[in-house]
Design a binder for this molecule. Structure first.
Ligand SMILES: C=C(O[C@@H]1C=C(C(=O)O)C=C[C@H]1O)C(=O)O
Length: 179
C-alpha cells in the first residue's frame, strides 16, 4: 500500500464484472472461506507481519473506502504483509469503524501477528456483503486484488487484499512446476 492511511493512492482498477478475470484467478479471488487457510492448503506456514496499526479519522481514509463504511469518529487501520513460508504473498489492509470494535470484537486491535482470518472465521457471526475484484499496476507488474465488506454480528469492516507475485494466485493452483 502506498500510503499508511489510505490505499486510495494505490491505483487499483476495480472490475465491474468478475468474468473479466481469468477463471483460475477468479477461483482464488472469490474464495469465500479463509484465505489464510486456503494458503495453508498449499503446504506452507503462513505468518503475518503487521506494518501499520492505528486509529485514523474518516478524512484519512481513501475516498472509495469511506463510501463503503458508515460514518464514524475514527477507524482502526491494520496493514500487514502475509508470508507463505519466507515468501511475501499478500498485502492486507483492514479498515474497521470504531463501532465495530465492541464486545469480543475489540480483540481486533490486538491481533498482532495472528492472521485476521483466524479471528474472523473462528465464530459463526461472520457474513460477507460482497467481494470486488481488481488489478493494481505496480513496478512488479500487474497484481490481482480483491476488496470485501465483511460483517461481524452485522457490524462492518472493509478488507483489501493485494496478491503479490510469489503468491499462488499469480501461479495457477495445481500446476506442477517444471523440475
Ligand atoms: C481475512 C483473512 O486473513 C488474512 C490475514 C490478514 C491480517 O492478518 O490482517 C488480512 C488479510 C487476509 O488475507 C483470511 O484468512 O481470510
Amino acid at each position: 500500500m502506498s500510503d499508511s492511511h489510505s490505499s486510495e493512492q494505490s491505483p487499483i482498477h476495480w472490475f465491474d464484472d468478475p468474468s473479466q478475470v481469468p477463471a483460475d484467478v477468479a477461483d482464488w479471488l472469490m474464495e469465500m472461506g479463509s484465505m489464510t487457510r486456503r494458503f495453508e492448503k498449499q503446504g506452507v506456514t503462513v505468518t503475518v507481519k503487521p506494518q501499520n496499526e492505528c486509529f485514523v479519522s474518516r478524512g484519512e481514509l481513501g475516498e472509495s473506502e469511506a463510501q463503503q463504511l458508515p460514518e464514524s469518529a475514527r477507524y482502526w487501520i491494520r496493514e500487514i504483509v502475509l508470508f507463505g513460508d519466507a515468501e511475501p504473498w499478500l498485502l492486507g489492509r483492514t479498515v474497521i469503524p470504531e463501532e465495530t470494535l465492541t464486545g469480543p470484537d475489540l480483540a481486533l486491535v490486538d491481533l498482532g501477528t495472528v492472521p485476521l482470518g483466524r479471528y474472523l472465521f473462528s465464530g459463526n457471526n461472520l457474513t460477507r456483503d460482497y467481494i470486488h475484484l481488481g488489478q493494481l499496476q505496480s513496478e512488479n507488474g500487474d497484481l490481482w486484488a480483491r476488496r470485501s465488506r465483511l460483517r461481524l454480528s452485522d457490524k462492518p469492516l472493509l478488507l483489501t487484499e493485494i496478491f503479490l507475485p510469489d503468491s499462488p494466485v499469480h501461479r495457477p493452483e495445481g500446476k506442477v512446476s517444471k523440475a
